[in-house]
Design a protein around this ligand. Sequence first.
Ligand code: ATP
Ligand code: MG
Length: 551
Amino acid sequence: MVNFIQQEIENDLKAGKYSEGIRTRFPPEPNGYLHIGHAKSVCLNFGLANYNHGLCNLRFDDTNPTKEDVEYVDSIQEDIKWLGFDWGDRRFFASDYFGKFYDFAVELIKRGLAYVDDLSAEEIKNYRGTLTEPGKESPFRNRSVEENLDLFARMKSGEFEDGEKVLRAKIDMASPNINMRDPVIYRITRSHHHHTGDEWLIYPMYDFAHPLEDAIENITHSVCTLEFEDHRPFYDWLLDSLGFDVKTRPRQIEFARLDLTNTITSKRKLRQLVEENHVRGWDDPRMPTLSGMRRRGFTPAAIKNFCNEIGVAKSNSLVDVAMLEHCVREDLNNTADRVMAVLNPLKVILTNVEEGKTEYLLADNHPTLGGKRFVPFTREIFIERDDFMEDAPKKFFRLKPGGEVRLKHAYIIKCEEVVKDSEGNIIELHCSIDPTSKSGGETANRKIKGTIHWVSATENLKAEVRLYDYLLTSDEHGNFPEDFIAALNPKSLIVIENALIEPSVKLTAAGTHYQFLRLGYFVVDPDTTPEKLVFNRVVGLKDSWAKVNEK
Ligand code: ATP
Ligand code: MG
């Protein structure tokens, strides 16, 4: 593992810090499902711990009661496990430390480093100053320690209304860093908390809670995204002020968040998509959530490879989603069995094949993994409508009137007649087979430019196949239109009700992957029942990422 954070860890170890071992944490707020951006953080935090023979904690950062829920706690755990990481018995809730946070706040007051302020939220904002002007001190800033202790205790016991008072750190209203201008560290809010119920009426602010959570858990390296860089001085100030030893206390290191083209990574927007039913749920295969990607058929190996490939940087950049799809394709290419399916069928009658007879042709399941299966071949088959063209250009090497093409794993066929209905629509083709052209036959090696896939018209399985496209397309900076709901792609889901698949896939379980020859990678969806197969297209076969990188 080579990245600048690992470098920092090694520097710390060399300097004699953290002799007890490296400890990281993944600290999700349980207010939504994990998405691909979180996966980067999960891989980084667990990856750093594993690489350094350390430990990574799972900590639910549940200090904001209004938007949090146990549904999210459960899904987050499932997703991290699915990725293949293990927090052992170290699953923590920040809300378990509410008592400790309170004691630390009291300690700050005792040291003269925190005060109860009666200014309203509005006034605090007005007093804060701007990037160019210093802030103004609150008239309540110089309350005595005794008065502050008394007021803070009464905040806790419910004597004041929500928002009536706050506790603030006493640092410097003239600091060039606005985060150091006496930040609010506790507020009163009578909200029900999913973990602590109605026990608490006051809740710590994130910037106050986070460093303490890290310190309580003996975290050594607190890895977070770049927007917290300006918060680091407060992180250090707080731990300094409470007397934590620099040699052992956590240090915050920021890295660039993952932004992907055509991919929404704002939890707020994702929640809106779910709540307003623009998608079928958090696990809709179009969602960039881990549960959505799982249902879509992305694999943990592919996601982890992707996270390794993109690396860890100190400045934000936009990653092409084609790279993620490339990693998925690469993984599935190595593991998925090949089968034949026809999504848009055109009937072909093979006039010199005996009626009612089925020949079982042997077919390879995978180019390298081996394994074979039987594919039934019959007088009537289906091919893909696109694979036939009546007025074909010269370079069209699939089927055309009078032309020949090879049926994969089977015979060379020749198109003898095009049958149309009264309106001129093509309803079927009559073709003949070259009976000695199958594998092992006399004319097996006869040169034919095109090979197409097919499925028996009488021995097949019907399936629903769901094809996906991006919910939204971003501009070159990764931005979406302001009104992103109006910009949603109306064709992000296309359902093919009656696709036809070779019978070898009968009774396969949800989560099984296949490559449908020439069509892409597909996965069995959990909606599948013994009566009805449902497939999701994971990705197509065309790899725009690999192409770009060859050039
Ligand atoms: P919010 O703060 O709006 O709730 P969040 O995306 O920060 O959203 P958290 O649950 O706090 O959600 O995130 C958990 C961890 O995942 C944090 O350490 C955060 O830095 C990291 N993380 C979130 N989004 C990304 C991203 N796009 N790239 C990398 N890491 C991310
Ligand atoms: Mg966050």
